[in-house]
Design a protein around this ligand. Sequence first.
Ligand code: AMP
Length: 279
Amino acid sequence: MELLRSPAEMHRWRAGVRGMVGFVPTMGYLHEGHLSLVRLSRQRDDVTVASIFVNPTQFGPNEDFERYPRDEARDLALLEAEGVHAVYLPSVAAMYPPGYQTYVTVEELSKRLEGAARPGHFRGVATVVTKLFGAVQPHRAYFGKKDAQQLRLIRRMVRDLDLPVEIVAGETVREPDGLAMSSRNVYLAPDERAIAPLLYRGLCAARDAFIAGERDAERLRAIVREVVGQEPRIALEYVSVADDETLEEIEGRVERPALLSLAARIGSTRLIDNVELAP
Ligand code: AMP
């Protein structure tokens, strides 16, 4: 497994690679969600590249960039065991040297949901993914449905900028009790971890109602709030039923594919989750 620590090193290695290249970008502290994406690439692509980069430009000033969990040695062992061919681990200095001033903005999609809650977040995401694509030059790139808005934003960006990359979505991988796997779950104290599955349970209750015929968007949002509201230690930030592509909030009836998503705080940990609604 090759380790490449700067854009120049990656470009040199990439120039010698033949065949279809698949790419799994991550911020490290890997779990089964990340590894499921690696396995998708290993099945389809000749060469699989993963990246580990905690990207400062997608964190707000009061967010968890400094304390974001990191364990490079463990991550590399996991990637090696999956048969990954190369890992891209650029430093912050290599990615954003003095004088850096170019950013990518996906205008509308970045304003909604997570973008409204985390100003600047998706500008950082779009910028770093563009830079990673430039360094790795993958034919395919794999993103998890766990980060539903990020997935839609990347698809939009790739279309808008004519980037020659196929975006492949992987299903959300969950703990046995339903909690979506996330590197941030390690922040949860045991009593917080115990109540965290209520988020997915709320989403499932609303999705069940939808499958049973409930089409009123506000009623679906209310079902999530009712279930999650049973636990006063969970603070819901938003519950959204939005158009699956534009993520515009749906008022009235859900007659087209929609994304049911939420963000919540348990103690100081901020978690997101979502399910798809397909009429
Ligand atoms: P992150 O390291 O959190 O930036 O995530 C890297 C990639 O893994 C992104 O495409 C995420 O959507 C994806 N991912 C994170 N958690 C999960 C999960 N539980 N299931 C599937 N994919 C995930």
